[in-house]
Design a protein around this ligand. Structure first.
Ligand code: GLU
Length: 312
């Protein structure tokens, strides 16, 4: 049984890029006759904005998307908000710790940067060189409240992305021992997302290529937790024609702005579908019409698509 999900963080209004993930995830799930889950990723509490979850769900409904399980409709894997699922992350961390796969680390970002051999282009700064690795989970006088890191095995992770093809990465060489729980007590996105995808029986993760770099870490973590990771499908990022990421642009591009400006959902979907190559030319189209014609082939191999400036 196909089980897909859309997992927005309620830190800001949804933009065309996140709408692409929701739409494509919905199309794959519905075409497969499967289940589509809505999960709210709200553990990074300092970044969460109040009322944003409701606004995001409302904007998805405006697009004509629906889901079978989620915070508003419930379901067999409730709760669907990460902030209410902390016990699952505690237990996954305990499992890894009991197997000697974790350690405390009180290195600062500056210390890590100083000893790292090469800068890493990813989102997490330089590769962590393993300074605290030998000290394990032993309490000691801390320089700062310690994070918990995963002892990453030195081996290739290989996976077959439905849209981007074969991915091979040695996570120890690229990222090193990555953080599972931050020094401030907040679980890392990497741990929470893996635990939830496994616990909710997600069979396919559909999201933008901006998260492709996290995939090997997540597949590895899934395997270390003793379960088969889901399949991944990373679709093209949607950017504006001047090359800037829509999420970062000010004004005029959130779904809410389109809506408040009076745009029918069919216009937003038409713009998005034509940028993604789901339809041949820009015309107004509904989610259910897109579903009738959807086969996903036009998404294969594309890493970035742009929306013309005039369309925004
Ligand atoms: N919550 C993440 C975000 O909004 C997405 C996580 C995922 O799809 O794996 O960027």
């Amino acid at each position: 049984m196909y089980r897909g999900r859309f997992a927005p963080s309620p830190t800001g209004d949804l933009h065309l890029g996140s709408a692409a993930s929701a739409l494509i995830g919905w199309l794959f799930a519905r075409r497969a006759g499967g289940v589509f889950v809505l999960r709210v990723e709200d553990i990074d509490t300092p970044r969460v904005r109040s009322g944003m979850q409701e606004r995001q769900l409302d904007d998805l409904r405006y697009l004509g998307l629906d889901w079978d399980e989620g915070p508003d409709v419930g379901g067999p894997h409730a709760p669907y908000r990460q902030s209410e699922r902390l016990a699952l992350y505690d237990s996954a961390l305990a499992t890894l710790s009991e197997r000697g796969l974790t350690y405390f680390c009180d290195c600062s970002r500056a210390e890590i940067a100083r000893v790292a051999s090469a800068p890493h282009a990813g989102d997490e700064g330089p590769r962590y060189p393993g300074t605290c690795r030998e000290l394990g989970m032993i309490e000691r006088p801390w320089k700062r409240s310690p994070a918990v890191r995963l002892k990453v095995p030195n081996q290739d992770v290989t996976l077959d992305d439905r849209l981007q093809g074969k991915v091979v990465e040695n996570v120890q060489a690229t990222v090193g021992d990555f953080v599972l729980k931050r020094g401030d007590g907040v679980y890392a996105y990497q741990l929470a997302v893996v635990v939830d995808d496994l616990a909710m029986g997600i069979t396919e993760v559909v999201r933008g290529t901006d998260l492709l770099g996290s995939t090997a870490r997540q597949a590895l973590l899934g395997e270390l937790l003793g379960q088969r990771p889901p399949r991944f499908a990373h679709h093209a990022m949607v950017i504006s024609s001047d090359g800037t990421r829509l999420a970062k642009r000010a004004g005029g591009v959130s779904l809410r702005d389109w809506r408040l400006g009076g745009a029918p959902a069919t216009r937003v979907l038409g713009t998005l579908a034509s940028a993604l190559g789901l339809v041949a030319k820009t015309a107004q189209i509904s989610a259910s019409e897109l579903l009738q014609a959807f086969d996903g082939k036009s998404l294969v191999g594309r890493t970035q698509v742009s929306v013309p400036e005039g369309a925004l």
